[in-house]
Ligand binder design. Structure first.
Ligand code: PLP
Length: 373
């Protein structure tokens, strides 16, 4: 018994990841202007929420909606199927033998990396019955993670063509350095185009090579499908293109305590910060247990409170951080704090933490409530 006749109060979350559908819509339209899309939704849509983002994409007008949803594993594919998604689901990487029956059953689209994988799919489709399964071939033009080598594919393509229960629908490849090495990437695009020419471009319905950086910075004669991930969430892997995108996710928390601490007082584990002067210190309810990187400790990182950048003090702890709010004398418990998002780019945070925007976004833990605006 609570001794009260009132309904149990439920407090709003401290730490939340606000996702703006408006900004997502904008970013997708920037990508969609290039051509048909495979929206890359792996890793919980880069921390934005797998089902929520898939359902958002499904209700876009037909000329904006993606052709495929790209996922990393059958677990993610299954979650999309359970959510009632009807857009075609594509598995971005090679499959394990024990996953293939489920893929065939649901008629998800695999990307096959060698003859053995293709023959196994062919056999499973035969035993399940029904139409040939559309599959894409992956060719390794430099990523070193999966696919046929180009010479191998030219040699073996006729054997793939002869598998009666598969229909070769697409040819994909992946870029290892589109955000780091322009010369290599240009040469890789040329090699991809030359391979398509050798195989005959007309035999494939879908030709795809580009991730976000490839789409934004490079051009192929033949590709007609794009696989953007990061840029759809509003972050450009190429800084020159950031201004055309709008960050979709803002990680927020709240000030839980404000105190004046005297010069000489230490802050956080290891006491790596000792205050040089009397300081107004706010404690904020977020830490590395939420995915705010511990590697930000002692890097000069800051957070945003009431429109002002407030420097982090001492180490990031599991559940809390401390920041210097001396410039906001009336800062108070409950004040909103932006950790990154529209005003502090996750790219900046990633750089300070020695990570990448992809790793910071996918590192936001389940403890953080996702809020959709
Ligand atoms: C993750 C991934 C992408 C998307 O990459 P971004 O850099 O986030 O745009 C595209 N293609 C493949 C094969 C991937 O694994």
């Amino acid at each position: 018994m609570t001794g009260s006749t009132h309904a149990a109060p439920v407090s709003p979350p401290r730490a939340s990841a606000e996702v703006s559908y408006e900004n997502l819509r904008h970013n997708y339209s920037v990508a969609r202007a290039h051509g048909e899309l495979m929206a890359v939704l792996k890793a919980g849509a880069y921390g934005h929420g797998l089902e929520a983002i898939a359902c958002f994409l499904e209700q876009l007008p037909a000329d904006q909606a993606p052709t495929f949803l790209g996922v990393a594993s059958v677990i993610e594919a299954r979650r999309l199927a359970k959510a009632g998604v009807s857009t075609r689901i594509y598995l971005l990487g090679p499959t394990c033998p024990f996953e293939r029956e489920e893929i065939v059953y649901h008629r998800w689209t695999p990307s096959v990396s060698n003859l053995e994988e293709a023959r196994d799919f062919d056999r499973l489709v035969q035993s399940h019955g029904g139409d040939p399964l559309p599959v894409h071939i992956t060719v390794d033009t430099g990523m070193g993670r999966g696919g046929f080598l180009p010479e191998q594919l030219i040699e073996q393509i006729s054997e793939l063509d002869e598998l009666p229960h598969l229909s070769i629908e697409g040819l994909g490849s992946h870029l290892p350095s589109a955000d780091e090495d322009e010369d290599f990437t240009k040469a890789q695009f040329a090699r991809y185009d030359a391979l398509i020419e050798a195989l005959g471009p007309d035999r494939f319905r879908y030709l795809h090579l580009s991730n976000s950086a490839g789409l934004l910075g490079y051009h192929s004669r033949y590709t007609n499908l794009y696989r953007p991930g990061l840029m759809c969430y509003g972050i450009s892997p190429l800084p020159a293109h950031q201004s055309s995108l709008r960050p979709a996710l803002t990680l927020k928390s709240r000030v839980s305590l404000v105190r004046s601490l005297p010069a000489g007082h230490g802050i956080s584990y290891g006491r790596q910060t000792v205050l040089q002067k009397d300081t107004l210190v706010a404690t904020v309810g977020i830490g590395y247990g939420d995915g705010y990187p511990r590697e930000l400790s002692m890097t000069g990182a800051s957070v945003l409170i009431r429109g002002k950048r407030c420097p982090l003090l001492g180490r990031v702890t599991m559940d809390q951080i401390m920041v210097d709010v001396s410039q906001i004398p009336d800062c108070t418990s409950g004040d909103e704090v932006e950790l990154f998002g529209e005003n502090i780019l996750v790219s900046e945070i990633a750089q300070l933490a020695g990570g990448i925007p992809w790793s910071i976004l996918t590192g936001i833990t389940p403890r953080v409530t996702r809020v959709y605006l």
